[in-house]
Write a protein that binds this ligand. Structure first.
Ligand code: 13P
Ligand code: SF4
Length: 390
């Protein structure tokens, strides 16, 4: 049985990112009501053949992900982009930081395209380079910067990744945060980690995987003087968590977990590590989007699941597994509005432009940023052990 507890409200159309970046979509977008959009996308893809490689993150809309050559979480997609040196164009159906990472990991001859430039990430926007540099200066003044290894979640801008590369740090994703933290703590005796920008992934990994406690963690608030922390607090901490979060995963609550456990017999709670610590503590399983998918695929028929991650993915899982009861772990709509910016009209527009010889919405990281961001990304790709659940 598939529950129908998946509300269908009008989707939000973007966030402050659109106005903030002053993004306009050049040229005429096809109308969303054009009945030929699917046929046009197919024709453009066929015309481009192997010259184009389309990547689709698991949170993308159905109407778009059907055209992806590969789908995946952010770690898998970064590897997949790097694994297609022959493709002239990489069309990234995901968000801005993912397209930046693809540009960094591909050759200068390859062009990465984000069908809508307003597809940003509110979490990535919560850590700006100037803020991070101010935090680093304060840590230097407190005498702790020398012990700090910066670790940034993939969900960060290229200049934050470059900051980590320049300062002996690494990038991680939700698939490999544990091994990245192990690496960071092994870099020097008495190492501390500055974890950017998602406090929840940092806290959940530190406590559930590394055996640290809440007392070992402090939160750096970039909107308060000295991050709201004293030099003593910085010196005593093992994990300095940046005060950032995902607005989508931040909606899941421990109360709803309790309600579902009371109403659905034997329900298993499966959540993404971007969820708050209280939610993760109450969950049965925690992992990246790829892990969530493989867990549901391996689950026995008749099992019941409540999933705490983005709604496009949960709906797709529910549709693909009618023999399992799959419920969304939130009472209201919870799409990622910026992931949803990539819709069929934008995809068709980007692909048809390529067919016409025009590259639109190219994502290009400047060479100096790219050099150092690549250092941090390559450190991640070289991490030992199993770094991806596929
Ligand atoms: P993963 O793809 O790493 O699971 O991350 C989820 C996410 O929020 C991407 O923006
Ligand atoms: Fe960013 Fe959250 Fe959307 Fe992922 S789901 S792109 S972290 S806002």
């Amino acid at each position: 049985m598939t529950t129908v507890d998946l509300p269908l409200l009008p989707l939000g159309r973007g966030t402050d990112l659109n106005s903030e970046r002053g993004v306009e979509c050049p040229g005429d977008l096809p109308s969303a009501s054009d009945p030929d959009l699917v046929a046009r996308a197919l024709a453009a893809k066929e015309a481009l053949g192997d010259r184009v490689f389309v990547l689709g993150h698991h949170y993308q809309r159905d109407e778009v992900i059907q055209f992806a050559d590969v789908t995946g979480d952010s770690f898998k997609l970064a590897r997949d982009a790097a694994g297609r040196p022959d493709a002239e164009y990489i069309v990234f159906c995901g968000v801005h930081f993912m397209a930046e990472s693809a540009d960094i990991l591909t050759s200068p001859d390859q062009q990465v395209i984000l069908p809508d430039l307003a597809a940003g990430c509110s979490m990535a926007d919560m850590a700006r380079l100037t803020q991070v540099e101010m935090a680093w200066a304060a840590m230097t003044e407190a005498g702790v910067a020398e012990s700090v290894v910066p670790v940034t979640y993939m969900n960060s801008s290229a200049d934050i990744k470059a900051f980590c590369g320049r300062n002996g740090g690494v990038v991680c994703t939700s698939s490999n945060a544990e091994v990245a933290l192990e690496w960071a703590f092994a870099q020097k005796p008495g190492a501390k980690v500055l974890f950017l920008p998602d406090q929840h992934l940092g806290r959940n990994t530190a406590i559930l995987k590394m055996g640290l406690t809440l007392d070992d963690c402090v939160v750096w608030d970039p909107h308060r003087p000295n991050g709201g922390l004293t030099p003593e607090q910085l010196r005593d901490a093992t994990m300095i968590l940046w005060k950032g979060h995902c607005s989508v995963h931040g909606r899941f609550t421990a109360e709803v977990v309790d309600e579902l456990r009371a109403t659905i017999p034997d329900v298993q709670i499966l959540v993404h590590p971007e969820c708050a610590h209280q939610v993760v503590l109450k969950a049965d399983l925690v992992g990246s989007t790829e892990f969530i998918i493989t867990t549901i695929e391996a689950a026995p028929a008749g099992s019941s699941w409540a999933i705490g991650t983005e709604l496009n993915l949960v709906k797709r899982l529910a549709a693909a597994h009618p023999d399992k009861r799959i419920t969304f772990l939130d009472k209201t709509v919870c799409y990622c509005s910026t992931m949803n910016r990539i819709d069929l009209p934008h995809f068709v527009w980007a692909m048809e432009s390529l067919v016409a010889g025009q590259v639109v919405n190219r994502i290009e990281v400047d060479p100096e940023t790219e050099k150092w961001a690549l250092v941090a990304l390559e450190r991640m790709l070289a991490l030992p052990g199993k770094t991806h659940k596929d």
